[in-house]
Design a protein around this ligand. Structure first.
Ligand code: HEC
Length: 178
């Protein structure tokens, strides 16, 4: 696929519309839970595959095909993303993105392990954006309508950077320290 400028401007236009949309539909979402057991990863891949297909069909095409985030992954973006991730996401996805947050053990569909690269790469950056903003009942992932579009992109940047870092350095060295 070869994105041309009219397509990009369409994406920007839709993105701006999406921002407006979010301004009008802010709603608080709470996403905490406490449980410290581990869960079993084995059964969920097949289940997740069908959910993934249904979810992907629901993503508008301009997001589905987005290979990159429109927000530059600057140091500021990654720091903001890390902070937001720790606040909203680590309870399920785990501090280091391994899908092993405290809430994971209580869930029928476990949160994604971002370091399971084959699994995570099913979702392009635009699809990650859409999933985080809107959520998906098929995937069992809550939406975050109260988080601004730009902040959602900061989190996508953070997850992609975390993955790139672990790919480059391996699992043995912690991807980051708080
Ligand atoms: C209540 C638990 C829960 C919370 C909180 C949560 N997620 Fe998820 N997330 C899930 C589940 C369940 C899935 C689907 C698992 C799968 O991939 O099949 C998922 C999937 C994802 C995926 C797609 C898989 C991938 O590797 O790309 C992304 C991206 C994601 N979550 C990001 C986030 C971000 C960012 C936050 C915080 C703003 C967040 N999630 C908060 C449970 C959660």
């Amino acid at each position: 696929m070869n994105p041309n400028s009219s397509h990009l401007s369409l994406v920007r236009q839709r993105f701006a519309l999406h921002c407006l949309f979010l301004l009008f539909f802010l709603a608080p979402v709470s996403s905490t839970a406490q449980n410290h057991d581990h869960h079993d990863h084995h059964a969920y891949h097949q289940d997740a595959a069908t959910g993934a297909a249904t979810f992907k069909e629901s993503v508008p095409e301009e997001y589905r095909i987005m290979e990159r985030t429109p927000v530059i992954a600057s140091q500021e973006s990654l720091l903001r993303g890390r902070h937001l991730y720790a606040t909203h996401c680590a309870g399920c996805h785990g501090r280091l993105g391994r899908g092993d947050g405290p809430a994971a053990a209580t869930m029928k569909k476990p949160p994604a392990d971002f370091l399971d690269f084959a699994h995570s790469e099913q979702y392009r950056p635009g699809e990650k954006y859409w999933l985080i903003a809107k959520g998906s009942t098929e995937l069992g992932m809550p939406g975050f309508p109260q988080v601004s579009p730009e902040d959602v992109w900061h989190m996508v940047n953070y997850i992609l950077a975390l993955q790139a870092k672990v790919k480059a350095e391996g699992y043995d060295s912690p991807p980051h320290k708080h």
